[in-house]
Write a protein that binds this ligand. Structure first.
Ligand code: NAD
Length: 362
C-alpha cells in the first residue's frame, strides 16, 4: 500500500504553461481556432484523436476567465471523449468545441451560424453535439451549415435512459466480479442523485430486487423514490457513508476525494456521474482499500452510444448490444486490474490508450 503523499507526488500533473507541449504529451491530433470577424465569435475545436473515427464531442457555450482556460477545457474534454468512445469500441474519435460566451450582449444566433460554418470547414473530422450552454435548437441552427452534427431536435431523444441501462450493466459487472453474484436481489445500493439517470437507475435496481438508500437535494425526487421503489432516504451529506454493497454516484463530480474516501463503507463504487475521482490518485486509494471502482467514463458511456447511434444511424439491436458491451468492457478492466494489482481506473486509461495507439500518459 502506498502512502497518500507518495501517491499525490507521483500523480499530480505538472502545471503546463505551454499549450502545444500539453497537446503533444497528451497525444493530441489537432487544435483549431476561429475568430469570426463579422460576428466577433471566438471558438476552439480540440481534436484529440480520429484514429477510430470522426472526433465526436459536445460544444460548450459558456464564459471563461480567459482564452487559455477555454483551450485547456476543450482539450481536457476532447481527450475524455476519445477514451470514452474507445473504451466501449465505438467507431469514433474524441473532440470537443468551445464557443467563448462574451460577458456583454451579443447575437447568439449569429454566433451559432458562424460556428456551423467553422465545423463544416473541418470537413467531418469533428462532429458537434450538445454540451453545457447549448440546446437542441442551437444544434438545428448549426446544422444549417454542416452535416457534422450529432444531436438535433429531429433526433428526438434523451440519452439518459441509455445511460441508466449502461450503469445498470456496469453495476452488474462489478457485483459479479467483486461479490461473485449474478443477481442484484437483496443487495443494498446507495444512490446519490435522483435526476434523469439516477431515478431511472433506481427503477431498474428496484425491479431486480435491490434495496435502495437514496439522497437528493430535491425532496420531490426523494419522495418519488420512497413511494415508487420503497427506498430509504438519508441526508445528502450522509449518502456516501451508508454501509452498502454498491455506492452509485449519480449527481456530482469529485465525490471521491480526500475527505470522503475514508468515510466510504462500500465494496463497489459504480455510478453515472462524470469525473467521480477528484484526482487520479483517488483511484489508487480505492484500490488500496479493496473498493472496486467502475471507471466513470466507461460505465456512463450509454449516453454517448445513444448520441452516436443517431449520427451513425446504428440499428436499434446494435445499440442495445453496445450498451450491453459496457458489462464486457468493465469485466476486462476488472480482470486486468486484479491480475496486475493496479487500480481499475488506471487500467481503464491504459486499455483506452492501447486502442488509441497512444503511449501511457499517467
Ligand atoms: P440531473 O441534473 O438530471 O441529475 C442530477 C441530480 O443530482 C438532480 O436530481 C439533483 O437534484 C441531484 N443533486 C445535486 N446535488 C446533489 C447533492 N449534493 N446530493 C445529492 N443529489 C444532488 O443529471 P443526470 O442527467 O441525471 O446526470 C447525472 C450525472 O451523470 C451527472 O454527473 C452527468 O454529468 C452524468 N452523466 C449523465 C449522462 C446522461 O445521459 N444524462 C451521461 C453521462 C454522464
Amino acid at each position: 500500500m502506498m502512502s497518500i503523499d507518495k501517491i499525490k507526488n507521483e500523480t499530480t500533473p505538472m502545471i503546463q504553461d505551454d499549450i502545444l507541449d500539453y497537446a503533444i504529451s497528451h497525444g493530441f491530433g489537432d487544435l483549431h481556432f476561429k475568430v469570426d470577424n463579422e460576428t466577433g465569435m471566438k471558438a476552439i475545436v480540440a481534436i484529440h484523436s480520429t484514429k477510430l473515427g470522426p472526433a465526436l464531442g459536445g460544444c460548450r457555450f459558456i464564459e471563461y476567465p480567459n482564452t487559455t482556460s477555454a483551450i485547456y477545457d476543450a482539450m481536457r474534454l476532447a481527450k475524455g471523449m476519445s477514451y470514452k468512445a474507445a473504451s466501449v469500441n465505438l467507431p469514433l474519435g474524441g473532440g470537443k468545441a468551445v464557443i467563448i460566451k462574451p460577458n456583454q450582449p451579443f447575437n447568439r444566433e449569429a454566433y451559432l451560424h458562424a460556428f456551423g460554418r467553422f465545423v463544416n470547414d473541418l470537413g467531418g473530422r469533428y462532429v458537434t453535439a450538445l454540451d453545457s450552454g447549448t440546446q437542441l435548437n442551437d444544434m438545428d441552427i448549426i446544422a444549417q451549415h454542416t452535416p457534422y452534427v450529432a444531436s438535433l431536435s429531429s433526433h428526438n431523444g434523451d440519452p439518459s435512459p441509455s445511460t441508466a441501462k449502461g450503469v445498470l450493466r456496469g453495476i452488474q459487472a462489478a457485483v459479479e466480479f467483486k461479490l461473485g453474484k449474478d443477481k442484484l436481489e437483496g443487495l443494498h445500493i446507495a444512490i446519490q442523485g435522483l435526476g434523469n439517470v439516477g431515478y431511472q437507475l433506481a427503477g431498474h435496481l428496484h425491479e431486480l430486487g435491490a434495496r435502495l438508500t437514496v439522497a437528493d437535494v430535491n425532496p420531490t425526487s426523494v419522495e418519488r423514490a420512497i413511494k415508487n421503489f420503497g427506498a430509504t432516504a438519508v441526508p445528502t451529506e450522509s449518502i456516501h457513508k451508508v454501509p452498502c454493497d454498491v455506492f452509485a454516484p449519480c449527481a456530482l463530480g469529485a465525490i471521491i476525494n480526500d475527505f470522503s474516501i475514508g468515510q466510504l463503507q462500500t465494496t463497489i463504487v459504480a455510478g453515472a456521474a462524470n469525473n467521480q475521482l477528484a484526482h487520479s490518485y483517488h483511484g489508487q486509494l480505492l484500490h488500496d482499500k479493496g473498493i472496486l471502482y467502475a471507471a466513470d467514463y466507461v460505465i456512463n458511456a450509454g449516453g454517448l452510444i445513444f448520441a452516436a447511434s443517431k449520427y451513425l444511424h446504428t440499428p436499434e439491436n446494435l445499440v442495445l448490444q453496445q450498451i450491453d458491451g459496457i458489462h464486457t468492457s468493465l469485466m476486462a478492466i476488472f480482470a486486468r486490474s486484479q491480475r496486475e494489482n493496479r487500480p481499475a481506473s488506471e487500467i481503464a486509461d491504459i486499455l483506452a490508450q492501447e486502442k488509441l495507439g497512444l503511449a501511457p500518459t499517467r
